[in-house]
Design a protein around this ligand. Structure first.
Ligand code: ZN
Length: 222
């Protein structure tokens, strides 16, 4: 397998940054980090314990498609959600790896489909949120809570947070420019972690409203 050759400009910029780092200061001409914006389709995070109830003892998630964040993947496993009003969302994909919390992230359109109000929450903050039943090929679980609309957010490495002058749990705005419907999203939650790569996550309703796939430019502003 051949390794792609970095472009001359990239090499020069890496060399320049290394030189400045060695001098103990940030490069004054350091270019803006590449901003990746992705829409998250409805999905489920799950504990290994709940996974084994749905798919059988010893079941392990398998990679269907790697995601942009290191180690995160869409798995081959899908389930059916039965909401509190007995309405159904089929083919709900489980993301891996397993977590210490079972949580389902839906879009506003899904909440209309289910006929329930689903609050916007930061991932993991599920107290007081609706629950439901989840059906897998080998069993069913009852979630007492854990159905949320994920707050639009941006993953950042600490170096990205430095670049934008923000810190963990700050809010930013994101502008999505396109020929016909330029849109600015407010309340974009900043999440900083050394394991993160710079990436915005919005849901499918938000991406559709802003015609994300036709965007000519995206930018974050404080
Ligand atoms: Zn995310």
């Amino acid at each position: 397998m051949s390794v792609p050759t970095p472009s001359r400009a990239l090499v020069e910029s890496l060399v320049r940054d290394t030189l400045f780092r060695n001098l103990g200061k940030a490069s004054p001409a350091s270019p803006a980090p590449t901003l990746v914006v992705n829409s998250s389709a409805r999905h489920m995070h799950i504990t290994q314990e709940n996974l084994e109830i749905l798919f059988g003892a010893g079941y392990k998630l398998e990679v269907f498609k790697w995601l942009y964040q290191e180690g995160q993947f869409a798995s081959t496993a899908t389930v059916t959600l039965i909401g509190p009003r007995r309405r159904i969302i089929p083919n709900l994909r489980i993301l891996g790896p397993c977590r210490n919390l079972t949580q389902i992230e839906l879009a506003f359109t899904d909440s209309i489909q289910l006929g329930i109000d689903i609050p916007v929450r930061a991932s993991g903050e599920i107290e007081g949120t609706p629950g439901g039943y989840v059906m897998g090929p080998k069993g069913m679980i009852e979630m007492p809570n854990g159905i949320i609309r994920a707050a639009r957010h941006v993953h950042m490495h600490p170096s990205d947070a430095d670049f934008y002058g923000v810190k963990h749990r700050d809010f930013m705005k994101m502008r999505v420019m396109s020929a016909q419907c330029t849109t600015t999203f407010e309340d974009m939650l900043v999440r900083v972690d050394p394991s993160f790569k710079l990436e915005v996550h919005i849901d499918t309703d938000e991406a559709n409203a802003a015609a994300l796939d036709k965007a000519t430019k995206v930018g974050l502003v404080r």
